[in-house]
Design a protein around this ligand. Structure first.
Ligand SMILES: C[S@@+](CC[C@H](N)C(=O)[O-])C[C@H]1O[C@@H](n2cnc3c(N)ncnc32)[C@H](O)[C@@H]1O
Length: 217
């Protein structure tokens, strides 16, 4: 199965030998490919809604992987099987991801590895990790019509994030898409500042944020 660039980057972050629960699997492409490519011997395709889960079930059957890719109707990480050690959450906004994390705060550290691609507010996701003792292990950026940032992290020991880490990521400065992504972001901020009066209470905050990005670039 040919994955999109975004899903391929997520695929690359999954440790070989892990048992993944893909939360919000929709069509199930990721868990199916993880099993097909022998990264996982077993994976769970989880979704909150019957309709997307049904798409995954059809795809699992088409690929004849019923023994290894198990569909589960679940809200977030509620009641996952005990053998899951890696959680993937991709293609959702930060508010939904935050809700999934906060609904099960007491069991987050049970999972060895987390791979999250939030469609929105990636800085807030990193800040949330900072506040909840999450340690980022790796990050990637993908361009596919939008810039997507993908984070791999754990709640075990690791280096505490700094303020700059929360904004710019831990290892992205040399990434070929780092500058284009932030230049794109800067243009949007520039446009916002042109639209709002200097007396607006957000003006200074956005202005300072823009200055910090310009310094880094
Ligand atoms: C846009 S799709 C993303 C599909 C796939 N993960 C990807 O990145 O291409 C989002 C999926 O998340 C599911 N979803 C939303 N909230 C969820 C939750 N709390 N628990 C499980 N699945 C959820 C939706 O039903 C939908 O199928």
């Amino acid at each position: 199965m040919k994955l999109s660039k975004r899903l391929e980057a997520i695929f690359q972050m999954v440790p070989k030998g892990s048992i993944v629960a893909d939360i919000g699997c929709d069509h199930g492409f990721l868990p199916i490919t993880l099993v097909q490519e022998k990264i996982c011997s077993k994976a769970y395709a989880c979704d909150l809604r019957e309709k997307p889960l049904h798409k995954a079930v059809e795809m699992i059957e088409k690929c004849q992987l019923q023994e290894q890719v198990i569909p589960l109707l679940r809200n977030g990480i509620d009641n996952l099987p005990d053998d899951v050690d890696t959680i993937v959450i991709a293609g959702m906004g930060f508010e939904t991801i935050k809700m999934i994390l906060e609904n099960n705060l007491s069991i987050l550290s049970k999972y060895k590895r987390w791979i999250i691609q939030s469609n929105t507010d990636v800085e807030q996701l990193r800040y949330w990790l900072y506040q909840h003792n999450g340690f980022i292990l790796d990050e990637d950026i993908v361009y596919e019509g939008h810039y997507y940032q993908i984070l791999s992290f754990s709640f075990d020991e690791g280096k505490k994030l700094t303020e700059d880490d929360c904004l710019f990521g831990i290892n992205l400065y040399q990434h070929p898409l780092f500058k284009p992504m932030w230049k794109y972001h800067l243009d949007k901020l520039h446009h916002i500042l042109e639209q709002i009066p200097k007396t607006n209470k957000s003006y200074e905050e956005i202005h300072n944020y823009k200055k910090r990005i310009e310094e880094i670039l």
